[in-house]
Design a protein around this ligand. Structure first.
Ligand code: BTN
Length: 280
């Protein structure tokens, strides 16, 4: 799925009609809200959620001027070189399962990258993807329009939206990144040594996202968790986790069935389970 040389001449755009050509999904990406430039696809998705759009609507931008990351950080989103998107979902799952959808998005993107490029990215709990020690993708999940669901017996029509914001660094070269990111950020192109066709990768991400999402909503998250454990860059390592104003140091010993990270704090077997946070 490398980009043919001649494609270098053509403006590289993710036009909806091109993305949807050959797209195999039933509802994810069937409606695309496309922009050359946006402050943030998550912000736009929040506005759209208020209008009651169909599940699976995808907000896509070539460039973000105010791309947002987790914990109030910004996300570098230059024109035409990455995939900056937000997917609107209406999951009918238990509220405590919501963080698992972030893991699901990370797994789907990792699988798509493997299928298309044969690159094995690692998942840094809870939702970052790394290649060659550098971050190549991040996920920002937010909610909009009220409660997501009252549980499996709840009425999905009254549910709010889950906004899955996904950023993938695709075709940047290292000098494209600002100085403060250059050591930490990577891209698929850097790891592969060749430019990547964004449309093909995007279609694959959407197809795998749909497959994993439908599977998880019907059968649960065991498959997602198994993949996370297998391709985790966190498990087995001594890490520091910052969760709000709390800070934990220990060995990451498990990703539990509820998606939480278990840290062993000392040799006496004292452990703690962390549901959200930043691992370093
Ligand atoms: C992180 O790693 O901190 C999460 C980064 C999420 C970035 C994506 S890019 C598309 C979507 N729109 C945003 O403003 N952020 C997410």
């Amino acid at each position: 799925m490398l980009r043919p040389e001649s494609a270098e001449q053509k403006p590289d755009r993710l036009y909806p009609w091109e993305v949807q050509e050959g797209l195999s999904t039933r509802f994810i990406g069937r409606w695309i809200d496309y922009h050359e430039e946006l402050p943030s696809t998550n912000r736009r998705a929040k506005e759209l959620a208020a209008t009651g759009p169909p599940e699976g609507l995808l907000v896509l931008a070539e460039k973000q001027t105010g791309g947002r990351g987790r914990l109030g950080r910004s996300w570098f989103s230059p024109a035409g070189s990455g995939i900056w998107m937000t997917l609107l979902l209406k999951p009918v799952i238990l509220p405590e399962e919501m963080p698992m959808l972030t893991l699901l998005a990370a797994v789907a993107v990792a699988k798509a990258i493997f299928v298309e490029l044969k690159l094995e990215s690692l998942i840094k709990w809870p939702n970052d993807l790394y290649l060659d020690g550098r971050k190549i993708s991040g996920i920002l999940a937010e909610t909009a329009g009220g409660k997501i669901t009252a549980g499996k017996t709840g009425d999905a029509r009254e549910a709010g939206y889950l906004l899955l914001g996904i950023g993938i660094n695709v075709n940047q070269v290292s000098t494209d990144f600002p100085n403060d990111l250059r050591e930490k950020a990577g891209s698929l192109r850097i790891s592969l040594g060749a430019p990547v066709e964004r449309g093909t990768l995007l279609r694959r991400c959407l197809a795998i996202l749909e497959e994993e999402y439908v599977h998880a909503c019907e059968k649960g998250f065991a498959r997602i968790l198994a993949y996370c454990r297998q391709y985790s860059s966190t498990l087995g390592r001594r890490v520091e986790v910052i969760d709000g104003d709390r800070r934990y140091r220990g060995k990451a010993v498990a990703i539990r069935d509820d998606g939480s990270l278990e840290l062993q704090l000392n040799d006496h077997g004292e452990t703690v389970r962390i549901f959200t946070g930043e691992v370093t």
